[in-house]
Unconditional design. Structure first.
Lengths: 315, 305
């Protein structure tokens, strides 16, 4: 603990400072694209961080996390469509809907382990995708345009790019702080203990699935928040945000950054989305490079970026 | 009555097609302990190869055989170059690596064949309807799919249960070190099994191609169904995959066909027409959820000892 001055922490501090100062840079240079790109990155970083809570700390490999992005987004979109524009209604509904969905699919999925769990969470998320595609009143396949962003009275104006960015950033830090508190609480210790050795934890009297389920629901709710932000950022929500490749993207961000590290998913989201953006500017067929790159990262990059930085220090 | 028979056969045909896909998936998982998300990409490649080779040779059967060979080869190359380095790693690593492969294949197809879909036209002798019962006609191509799939299922059963190769495969599934110590080239065996799985996926893809269009991402939705099937059937069990596939194929097809009418009798017609599409696409997931509640390991778990 005493030698906190290492490569990993230095990078994390640099990244946080960069994220905080980004709107300043963008307004000085007039580079609005950078700000919108990073608003998206911050939102996905939040979603990845929430996935990391169950994957990295809880050992639950959910392949359906993008479903909450969609549920949070559709909660905002549908309420806006029905004329309820207040964020004080939209957002709690988004969070509650995500939590309920997580509760139901968590209760079913957690009966299984390992690959079964991966496939079942994937299948349930895909079910949410098909249901959203079937909502013909709310755009169906084509998605739903949100004409007015969530209204928070005079408190904050989400239509302002800079305010939205800082709001997303604040939410992200809030989520990460919450995860930090959870991981270091008694509850978090139990969940991590369950990841290491379920049989022993049960033998000393902890109800394994109840702890896991609560953790799963917390994570889903956090991701629902990211979904509500995402819908506000793009003024649009469509079934495509829940498509299973989105869940894959989130997983990749977590692995890339470093599973089970607090800021790993943030680094992973930044690297993955910036890489995607810059590759797609070079060639239309960016996935031709990204795909094999992923293969190599999985093959050689144990512990992700955070693990790499850790090794750097030890030499 | 006529509609019921027709939809029942459609469901059976779809289920058998799903079985081909699920069998490859569950074979690779049961034997190599490898989760292959890119299985859907092999399905897609099978369809693209078939569309290309049939157009190229001008002969349906020759084109399809070439496409099968090409998918088999592709699977073997894929296993040899990339995937064999992942055996013994965490399942999560498999998922991510093959997720990367899906991205790669989708864009490779876009680069080679362009973003638009292809069509795989049927030869004239496969488009005539056949009278299966007095007054009931059924497309001969769909009957052909049913026949071929059943033959492949029987072939798989014979190979796995009755031949020396199948014995080695089963032995490799239960103890890979022991079979290696007995002097069997386990790596070659794994490559063969992977190639077989790829060929099965390719076969499913090219048989489905004339019914739907050949397009990018066609393997992804059906792959999820294959997952549902092996979860219901029990991972690693071919028998479970067979029964679950037919079950899922029937439920999905019959649900889509008859649920709107059933709902209309209970609800108002506007409510029914909005609820029906969502409900019928949810149906198999609800079935899966129910199976999980009763039997978390699937209906026919493998390696029961």
């Amino acid at each position: 603990m005493k030698d906190w001055l290492n490569a990993r922490n230095a990078i994390v501090v640099l990244v946080i400072a960069g994220l905080l100062l980004l709107p300043l840079y963008s307004s000085m240079t007039g580079n609005i694209f950078l700000l919108t790109l990073f608003t998206r990155i911050v939102i996905f970083a939040m979603a990845a961080a929430s996935l990391n809570l169950i994957m990295g700390y809880g050992g639950m490999m959910s392949f359906g996390h993008a479903a909450y992005l969609g549920i949070g987004g559709y909660a905002v979109g549908i309420l806006a469509h029905e004329g309820i524009g207040s964020g004080f209604i939209q957002w709690p509904v988004a969070l509650i809907a995500s939590a309920l969905f997580a509760l139901v699919i968590g209760a079913l999925s957690l009966r299984t382990r390992g690959v079964y769990f991966i496939m079942i969470t994937l299948a349930f998320a895909q079910m949410a995708y098909y249901v959203a595609s079937g909502l013909s009143r709310y755009g169906g396949d084509d998605g739903l345009t949100i004409y007015k962003r969530s209204d928070f009275g005079g408190l904050i104006n989400l239509s302002s790019r800079v305010q939205l960015y800082y709001f997303c950033l604040a939410c992200m830090f809030g989520v990460i702080y919450l995860i930090w508190r959870i991981v270091n609480s008694r509850f978090g210790m139990v969940v991590q203990g369950l990841r290491s050795n379920e049989a022993r934890m049960q033998a000393i009297g902890f109800p394994a699935n109840r702890y896991r389920l609560v953790c799963f629901v917390i994570s889903g709710t956090m991701c629902g928040l990211a979904g509500a932000l995402l819908a506000n950022n793009t003024d649009f929500v469509s079934p495509a945000v829940m498509y299973w490749t989105r869940s894959g993207d989130l997983m990749v961000m977590v692995i890339l950054g470093g599973m089970g590290s607090l800021f790993g998913p943030v680094l992973g989201a930044i690297v993955y989305l910036v890489l995607e953006e810059s590759l797609s500017q070079v060639t239309e067929y960016w996935a031709l490079i990204m795909g094999p790159l992923l293969l190599l990262i999985v093959l050689f990059g144990r512990g992700g970026i955070v693990g790499l930085l850790g090794r750097l220090r030890r030499g | 009555m006529l509609l019921v028979v027709e939809q029942f056969l459609n469901g059976l045909q779809f289920g058998l097609l799903l079985f081909l896909l699920a069998a490859g998936l569950t074979l690779v998982f049961g034997i190599m302990d490898f989760v292959n998300l890119a299985h859907g990409s092999l399905y897609m490649m099978g369809a693209y190869f078939a569309a290309t080779f049939v157009a190229w040779t001008g002969n349906f059967i020759v084109g399809i055989l070439l496409a099968l060979g090409a998918t088999l080869l592709l699977g073997i190359v894929l296993e040899f170059v990339a995937l064999r380095h992942f055996y013994g790693r965490d399942h999560l690593d498999h998922v991510l690596a093959t997720f990367g492969l899906i991205l790669f294949f989708n864009d490779a197809v876009r680069l080679i064949w362009g973003p638009g879909g292809l069509a795989l036209p049927l030869p004239a002798w496969l488009t005539v309807p056949i009278q299966i019962m007095p007054g009931v006609f059924y497309p001969s191509y769909r009957l052909a799919i049913i026949a071929v799939s059943l033959a492949v299922a029987a072939f798989l059963y014979v190979v796995v249960m009755r031949t020396r190769l199948g014995m080695l495969i089963r032995a490799g599934a239960s103890n890979r070190e022991m079979i290696g110590a007995l002097g069997i080239n386990i790596k070659l065996l794994y490559t063969l099994v992977f190639g077989l799985g790829a060929a099965l996926a390719g076969l499913a893809g090219l048989m489905q191609a004339p019914i739907l269009t050949v397009q990018i991402g066609m393997g992804e939705n059906i792959l999820i169904l294959a997952f549902v099937i092996i979860v219901i059937g029990g991972i690693g069990s071919i028998r479970g995959a067979f029964l679950a596939a037919i079950f899922v194929g029937l439920i999905d097809t019959l649900g889509r066909a008859f649920l709107p009418d059933l709902l209309r009798q209970v609800l108002s017609s506007t409510a029914a027409s909005t609820a029906a599409p969502a409900l019928s696409s949810m149906l198999i997931y609800l079935v899966m959820a129910m199976v999980l509640v009763v039997r978390p390991e699937g209906l026919f778990p493998a390696n029961r000892r």
